[in-house]
Design a binder for this molecule. Sequence first.
Ligand code: FES
Ligand SMILES: [Fe+2]
Length: 370
Amino acid sequence: MFVNKSRLEHLLPPSAYYAPEQHHRELDSLFEPAWHLIACRSDLPKSGDFITFDLFGHPLLLRNFDGDLRCFINVCAHRHSMLTHERRGHAPRLVCQYHGWEYTKDGRTGRIPDARCFRPWDRENAHLTTVRTEICGELVFVCLAPQAPSLADHLGSYWTLFASSFSPPYRAAWTYDASYAANWKVFVENSLESYHLPVVHPKTFGKLPPEANCEHGLDARFTWYRAHDDELAPLAWVAERFGVPSTRTYEHHNLHPNITYSQSDCVRLIMSVFPTSPTTCRHQAWLFTVRGERPGWIKEGFGWLLARAISRFASKVVQEDVGIYPDVQRGMEASSARGVIGTREERVYVFQKYVLDGCADRQHAAHASR
Ligand code: FES
Ligand SMILES: [Fe+2]
């Protein structure tokens, strides 16, 4: 059942989906203080593997040093070049692409070509800027704000859930990374309601889940949706074979501002969306499926088939949603309507309130400090 019994106000005006001032307010208020999921351990499994990532205009480099994952601002201490422009790769040593300065895992300089040209050595400034990095299960989070609370505090009760969902017997089955011509909130709001299922997903989901089967949890920091569905019986059967909980339920959670997490028996899916401009965003997803703790050809084969089938399904659903984002964005930019939110979409209302309140708090704080 839904929490609200009557329609809700569409709190954000269309301009909130394209105005540069709103974009900057959201970056300052909602994103800079938060922890961000940018990778999964399996994205850089070997020592020397690295990925780069642009986080709100901050170029990052995340690298595996003998199993330790370290993240730096991807800018050399010598003359400011990006250390590398490659999106991902492998290199035995962390060396700047311009003049070859080398760095160690604590961000200090290693071998410097023709080092005597730099005497006396400026130890204080000759290092990379480290970015806070924490791991939960296999998920890699970073935070740009030195004073922000720890990842465990940021995630709250989700820390335990993510730690168990993204570690054995669950293993990475599918990853996704794409950019869209739409404001990040278009993506999040679409994920927060089941109202679009019959129209956007006629073949994959089809019907509207009956209200009696739907449960919503609404909190200022997060919202969730839970539905019992007997069509999930085959997944429940597989879960029993693998000795993991079987529930025949589907759950979807949104941890404000930009992490969505969903689970059903044997399947765990987490997504991040990042604003890249007022009207564009980047979406990353990691799908984990159960693969069994004890190797054996039946379970291994079964786990592999399951991973393939669920990955195909997830990819299809994502592609169906992707088709609607640019048109919602275009509509926002041309709209003179107020909009309205139905009770089935009440999680969208809570999300919009979070955005409004989060930006307003920061504005008040800024005014108060003047
Ligand atoms: S800018 Fe990196 S070594 Fe010169
Ligand atoms: Fe959808």
